[in-house]
Write a protein that binds this ligand. Structure first.
Ligand code: DSN
Length: 417
């Protein structure tokens, strides 16, 4: 009989839930575009004794003693982030992407200042100006959208809006935009109106370092990102910059917004950044895009309506309403069949956000499991089958059995069942 783990002995309830979640992650096809599987090394750093430490401040300037190793950990993370992204300055302390963006607002703006960002219904992020978010409540937001026909950002429209609104800050980047971001074009507009350009690359950070997506530097002065999406690190955030506002940004993170950094997360970010600097990671980033394109092509072959006609990155937005279903029951049926994704608004969606027209799917996690283009055709066929049989529990159970068996051939990094 195997020995009981400390968690199992101390808290069988939580242990059992973790065990079940491990099995669920192992046996399902993860198409949530913002999720991934971290390596065992990243997992180990996350679960280390560094979670016992407080270290408010920055390396060499702390408010607690006992920082001789923590300072080295954070300095390594900072140096690796700077080197990997070609940044002059990096702050690795934001707890996640939203706090990273909050820090940018706090560092650069006064309440009531004007900001431009991609509106959420067109694929932006809540912190880019949604009315119920702090950003929409405290700042004057001038949102931009996408072209009604192409579903791509119309740079002429962005320029017209910017010339009229004269924003202090322009955000580019989003959560459900399947095309490349034109950082250079945004920088020209920002420069013409005297705005600071902030690129939120949370979704595409891993593709950027792999060279599989245009790079935000030297175009953006500030770049924010999460660390757990395509970058394949722990849950966390970073602010990278050209150094112009380094002091303001650091002060905004601490003591402006946060207390002690999560040192175990900082260590795991450092590990992930080291992994992301390898040739293997470069190949991974390119494969994410190749898989997304293959999946898009296969879905198109099944007659599904893809927003903007396809993808340049890791994600695909599908309008499922021509199939007589909306995004929510479609995502739920896929989940019952072992295929995880999220329902999502599509541009100019006539439906409400809780039951929108679309599904958002992405390939970072399945690519981490070693799945390639042929596997994308298999996944597309399952999606098609589920959408055609969303009310048929017997058929969904059949797909689920096939999915579980299929997953066994593609072990997920960091997972020991
Ligand atoms: N919640 C993230 C996503 O799923 O895209 C964005 O922060």
């Amino acid at each position: 009989m195997s020995e009981m783990s400390a968690l199992e002995a101390a808290d069988p309830d939580i242990h059992e839930l973790v065990r079940k979640e491990t099995k669920r992650q192992d046996e399902s096809i993860r198409l949530i575009a913002s999720e991934n599987y971290v390596s065992s090394a990243v997992m180990e750093a996350t679960g280390s004794v560094l979670c016992n430490k407080y270290s408010e401040g920055y390396p060499g300037r702390r408010y607690y003693e006992g920082q001789e190793f923590i300072d080295q950990v954070e300095s390594l993370a900072i140096e690796r982030a700077k080197a990997l992204f070609g940044a002059a300055h990096a702050n690795v302390q934001p707890y996640s992407g939203s706090p990273a963006n909050q820090a940018v607002y706090l560092a650069l703006l006064d309440a009531g200042d004007t900001v431009m960002g991609l509106a959420l219904p067109f694929g932006g992020h809540i912190t880019h100006g949604l009315n119920v978010n702090f950003s929409g409540k405290l700042y004057e937001i001038v949102p931009y959208g996408v072209d009604r026909r192409t579903h791509r950002i119309d740079m002429n429209m962005v320029e017209d809006l910017a010339r009229k609104a004269r924003p202090k800050l322009i955000f580019c980047g989003g959560t459900a935009y399947p095309r490349h971001w034109d950082f250079e074009g945004f920088a020209q507009i920002a420069s013409a109106v005297g705005a600071v350009l902030v690129a939120d690359i949370a979704h595409v950070a891993g593709l950027v370092v792999a060279g599989a997506h245009p790079h935000p530097f030297p175009h953006a002065q500030i770049v924010t990102t999460t660390t757990h999406k395509t970058l394949r690190g722990p849950r966390g955030g970073m602010i990278l910059s050209d150094g112009t506002y380094a002091k303001e940004l650091d002060r905004a993170v601490f003591p402006g917004l946060q207390g002690g950094p999560h040192d175990h997360t900082t260590a795991a970010i450092a590990v992930a950044l080291k992994e992301a600097a390898t040739e293997e990671f470069k190949a991974y980033g390119h494969q994410i895009v190749a898989n997304a394109k293959a999946l898009a092509e296969a879905l198109d072959g099944h007659g599904l309506r893809l927003i903007s006609g396809g993808t340049d990155n890791h994600l695909i937005l599908i309008d499922v309403t021509p199939r007589g279903i909306n995004g929510k029951p479609a995502a739920q049926a896929l989940n019952r069949a072992g295929i995880e994704c999220n329902y999502n608004a599509i541009p100019f969606d006539p439906r409400k956000p809780f039951a929108p027209s679309g599904l958002r799917i992405g390939t970072p996690a399945v690519t981490s499991r070693g799945m390639l283009e042929p596997e994308m055709s298999v996944i597309a066929a399952w999606i098609d089958r589920v959408l055609a049989n969303a009310d048929d529990e017997t058929e969904l159970a059949r797909v689920r059995t096939e999915v579980v068996e299929f997953c066994q051939a593609f072990p997920a990094p960091g997972i020991r069942v």
